[in-house]
Design a protein around this ligand. Structure first.
Ligand SMILES: Cc1cc2nc3c(=O)[nH]c(=O)nc-3n(C[C@H](O)[C@H](O)[C@H](O)COP(=O)(O)OP(=O)(O)OC[C@H]3O[C@@H](n4cnc5c(N)ncnc54)[C@H](O)[C@@H]3O)c2cc1C
Length: 457
């Protein structure tokens, strides 16, 4: 049993925790970073990175299948899942090595083991006391289920979905949010018959309704089945498959059921109750500056209620390190965090939906421009359809951008600058967008809202 003292102690080495650690040492603090599993957390090992590798392999399958459309002779013979796994693991391992090296090089002390908060300044790991002037909680999240829905066997979460060593022939997916539609996209591209069950009226229900509707059209066109506005009732499984029963009495037979109904906060047993840190259903309650009710104890990432995204975790980690250093960093509201759904098609958005903007700024005080990608040269070359919708306050800034189509995730950078810098379309209108890019569609939508469309009508 020993004591180790640091300026900042961080519990959890995922996106939020390691970003806090990197920024804190940069600011001259000593940092102890406690991790029970692997640095990089969910995002690197079982989230963002491995799923995007699968999506890329899915895109390659689609390109091979559709190659004749572009005059190239190729045949799609199937998916070698062992090779896909090797590719996915190679990407993750390489990024993990890079991160481990970076953390070491920066002089962060990594303490391997499971930590528990035992006082506002102390985390205990295997009997050792890791003491910090400030403590940052960053223990992340886990795949949730529904009451009465038992996980196991053929009822799987995203973690097991990633590890499958076969391509299922028929899958049911519970949840039409980001994780559900991403896996559906991959499996469909690899030849599976997919049915999504979503209790809300739309797929990707957190997006602007116009985007959700286009997304549904695109999925319908791809032959991905979905049941909307209907609740799951029960599931049974045997050696051959699952039978999912919905509340309307309908049943769906499949080989597997992927449960993608959201993620809970991984805070059980980490000492929050004992130390008096306030929580709500496991999530750590903080003020907008990410301070908990216990002085000196902060929380970042998926355990803080709101969007569960890696870049939100990074930003919050950096924010708290700067807050501790007294740099008074700016608060980014959740609405102004960019969101990308990586599937075919992609969805990318930031800021207020049209409906929310009208609610916040007044129905008559908001204008929108919804530009179809049909007129965009690069989108035509890629063979994608979709749209870019920009929402502005009249005589005011851009408050929302909502996009759908292949590769639109790459356009979110400019959109988030426009929204977070509170740019007026008139500010952006004189600036150039390279030709031919999909980025031009965004430029054209800004031009249109500034009253001077070039190609759009
Ligand atoms: C399938 C999937 C796909 C995703 N895709 C994307 C995407 O494309 N883009 C995106 O932005 N986000 C994506 N996410 C979300 C993203 O992974 C999370 O938002 C992000 O990982 C949250 O970071 P975090 O630091 O809060 O938690 P985590 O990354 O979960 O890290 C928490 C860390 O804390 C450690 N820990 C927990 N308890 C203890 C303890 N008691 N002692 C020591 N260590 C502990 C854990 O081992 C873990 O390493 C995806 C998630 C999933 C599941």
């Amino acid at each position: 049993m020993s004591d180790q003292n640091f300026d900042v102690v961080i519990l959890g080495g995922g996106s939020g925790g390691y970003a806090a650690a990197l920024r804190a040492v940069q600011l001259g603090f000593t940092v102890g970073l406690i991790e029970k599993n692997k640095l990089g957390g969910t995002c690197l090992h079982v989230g963002c990175i491995p799923t995007k590798a699968l999506l890329h392999a899915a895109e390659v399958a689609d390109v091979a299948r559709d190659s004749a459309k572009f005059g190239v002779k190729a045949t799609f013979e199937g998916v070698d899942i062992a090779a896909v796994t090797a590719y996915r693991q190679e990407v993750v391992t390489s990024k993990f090595k890079g991160l481990t090296g970076l953390v070491k090089m920066r002089g962060i002390t990594v303490i391997q083991g499971e930590g528990k908060l035992v006082s506002p300044t102390t985390v205990e790991v295997a009997g050792d006391r890791i003491i910090g002037k400030n403590v940052i909680l960053a223990t992340g999240s886990y795949s949730r289920s529904l009451p009465g829905l038992e996980l196991g066997g053929r009822v799987i979460t995203s973690e097991q979905a990633l590890e499958l060593d076969f391509v299922p022939k028929k899958v049911a997916v519970l949840g039409g949010g980001v994780i559900g539609v991403e896996f559906s996209s991959v499996w469909k591209s690899w030849g599976a018959d997919v049915t999504i069950i979503e209790a809300l009226p739309h797929l990707v229900p957190n997006e602007d309704e116009s985007v959700s509707k286009q997304f549904e059209r695109a999925y319908r066109k791809r032959g991905i089945n979905f049941k909307l506005g209907v609740r799951f009732q029960s599931v049974t499984q045997d050696a051959h498959g699952v039978v999912v029963t919905l509340e309307n009495g309908e049943t769906i037979e499949a080989e597997l059921l992927l449960v993608a109904v959201g993620r809970g906060a991984a805070t059980a047993g980490i000492g929050l109750e004992e130390v008096g840190v306030k929580t709500d259903r496991g999530f750590v309650l903080t003020n907008e500056r990410l301070a908990t009710n216990i002085p000196g104890v902060y929380a970042v990432g998926d355990i803080v209620p709101g969007l569960q995204l890696a870049h939100r975790g990074f930003q919050q980690g950096v924010f708290v390190a700067e807050e501790i250093a007294g740099l008074n960093p700016i608060v980014i509201e959740d609405a102004n965090i960019p969101k990308v759904t990586y599937s075919d098609p992609e969805v990318a958005s930031i800021g207020l939906s049209e409906a929310k903007a009208r609610e916040v700024h007044g129905n008559d005080n908001v204008s929108t421009y919804d530009l179809s990608l049909a007129g965009n040269g690069k989108s035509h070359i890629l063979g994608t359809s979709g749209s870019v919708k920009v929402v502005r306050v009249n005589d005011g800034p851009v408050v929302g951008v909502h996009m759908i189509g292949a590769r639109v995730g790459e356009l979110i950078g400019e959109a988030q600058l426009a929204v977070n810098w509170e740019a007026y379309p008139e500010d952006i209108a004189p600036l150039l967008h390279a030709h031919p890019t999909q980025n031009e569609a965004l430029g054209e939508a800004f031009l249109a809202l500034a009253g001077k469309p070039l190609h759009a009508v």
